[in-house]
Design a protein around this ligand. Structure first.
Ligand code: A3P
Length: 306
């Protein structure tokens, strides 16, 4: 029994070591980037109208990519341009499409999972705009657990208990959820930033879209707002080939093992998390985030945020 457990731990350790590398306190996907790429990001030249969508993984990135694409690209809104979201809002640390970011026309839209201290230096002079989207950690961990099964570079299938521990140790792409959200929240004054929660988008998407438009300085007519909202619902995104990530090759995202757009709800953690696990997160949350005036909704049926 003991020997088996040790062997499993060794195999997990080996799989984590070959899928990820650690750089400046954070784990990255080894297949898609390198320490050099991460270091260069600091010197990326920023234009004043650049927009960065920043998230911890599984917090609604693809959803917000769709929203930003629809807000900024009329051709996406009226269906005249067939461009996938990853091409419209590419990742700065994972340039999987090998794009030349310097030659992209303005306004450039980018995505990132980076912590605040690895972002382009110019952003800290309040150039560009950052939209930071965060989601309650209980739903993030559950979403991440399911997503991991689709992640072909990790040659080890973790059961829920194992993933729970690995996640809390921060040994996942993006590092610790608590450090990421806390870091961005406590440094928000250094950036030109709007912070939005997944749960508020879920609760009232139209208001969230309007808030984002206002921050971005984009004035859309009510009818155009209607289209953004309509095309950004979970149901519609799930069948939108430009938005649902079905176009990703199985070598990068194995769609035989699940759906990227899985459930899209608030409170799914209740279906898998034990009471002890939930209490453990509450405890860590209180310790690491308790002093911040940030509110997450843990279930859409509960109106009291905590
Ligand atoms: P679930 O796994 O809980 O369903 P990211 O894009 O940051 O990886 O986040 C993925 C999560 O966002 C998934 O959560 C996915 O279903 C959810 N999501 C994507 N589009 C959504 C939408 N239009 N509405 C609600 N949730 C959405």
């Amino acid at each position: 029994m003991f020997v088996q457990a040790t062997m499993d731990r060794d195999a997990l350790e080996e799989a984590l070591n070959s899928a990820y590398f650690k750089h400046k306190g954070i784990y990255f996907i080894a297949h898609n980037t390198s320490p050099g790429v991460i270091d260069d990001i600091e010197h990326m030249e920023i234009r004043d109208d650049d927009v960065f969508l920043v998230t911890y993984l599984k917090s609604g990135t693809v959803w917000t990519q769709q929203i930003l694409s629809l807000i900024f690209n009329e051709g996406h809104r009226n269906g005249t341009e067939q461009v996938e979201n990853i091409d419209r809002v590419p990742w700065i640390e994972y340039n999987v499409m090998n794009m030349d970011y310097k030659s992209r026309p303005s306004p450039r839209l980018f995505s990132s999972h980076l912590p605040y201290y690895l972002m382009p230096r110019d952003l800290k002079y309040r150039m560009g705009k950052i939209l930071y989207v965060c989601r309650n950690p209980k739903d993030v961990i559950v979403s991440y657990y399911h997503f991991n099964k689709m992640f072909p570079f990790l040659k080890y299938t973790m059961d829920w208990e194992t993933f729970f521990d690995v996640f809390l140790s921060g040994r996942v792409t993006g590092g610790s959820w608590f450090d990421h959200v806390r870091g961005w929240y406590t440094h928000k004054e250094d950036f030109n930033i709007l912070i939005v929660t997944y749960e508020e988008m879920k609760k009232d998407l139209r208001s969230a879209v309007k808030k984002i438009c206002k921050f971005m300085g984009v004035n859309l007519e009510e009818k155009a707002i209607d289209t953004v909202v309509e095309r950004a619902t979970f149901k519609n995104m799930k069948r939108d080939p430009l938005a649902n990530y079905e176009f990703m090759p199985n070598e990068i995202l194995d769609k035989t093992k699940g759906n990227f757009l899985r459930k899209g709800t608030v409170g799914d953690w209740k279906n898998i998390m034990t009471v002890a696990q939930s209490e453990k997160i509450d405890e860590i949350y209180k310790e690491k985030m308790g002093d911040l005036p940030i509110n997450f909704l843990w279930d859409l049926n509960e109106e009291t945020a905590s």
